[in-house]
Design a protein around this ligand. Sequence first.
Ligand code: ARG
Length: 288
Amino acid sequence: MKKIFALLLTLAMVLSLAACGGGSDAPANTDAPANTDAPANTDAPSNTDAPAGDAAFTTVESGKLHMSTNAAFPPYEMTTDNGGFEGIDVEVADAIAKKLGLELVVDDMGFDAALTAVQTGQSDIAMAGITVTDDRLEVMDFSDSYATGIQVVIVKEGSPIQTIDDLANAQMIGCQKATTGYIYASDTPENGGYGEDHVTAFDNGALAVMALVNGQVDAVIIDNEPAKSYVAANEGLKILDGTWVEEQYAIGLAKGNTALLEAVNTAMAELKADGTFQGIVDKYITAE
Ligand code: ARG
């Protein structure tokens, strides 16, 4: 419960940050040549009608939008048989890139590396089903949220762990390294976690699930959509009823990259308004 409250608080903060970021304190085109004080030039081509913010951001590589991700998180990002990438995040990022007149480049790496890459200027956006948290907000900025993620618990059918409360009796819980599932589960029992000694971090969710199948861990805590794909792909597993924690996903950017942040938010809002965004989601997630 405490955790849900903390997350709601995070969400409220994001919303209020978004509210004060979008207003009059962010003058568009601040880096456009200042010709407003040069009235002599009235016959010169006017640039006042240039789309706001268009030339205001630069990217890591000219003409490209680099997205750092961890492509082992279906249906948000995964590799295709021929070495490409697909998933909700990949397609949404591609649509955003097109709107910005850029070509998307997907850089696949570990989840923690994907978060670091955007902070250190090696990628323009990090998109990996990333949950907005207070700690992450200290080191990076986030776009408006585009999805809800729910941390759920996977166990073997017939496991003695039959409810989320039973997790307290688990010998070992598997999570993906550096994810919110890991961060919360490895926290102390006083903070709603199970203690580091009872949590193992795996490089990706698939490996955690494999450890569950092999009996090395008693449960896996992971986001609900990947959980559904893993349960569908492995016989004898099930997702416990109830949600462990509810979260918001957003696109991560370097701190203070306001021009790109606003361009991304605008592009995303347009994709939501014209149905493109929902079309992509529906392609990958079928309503129950
Ligand atoms: N939502 C969780 C988090 O932000 C897990 C994300 C993992 N994403 C991935 N592409 N592997 O911590």
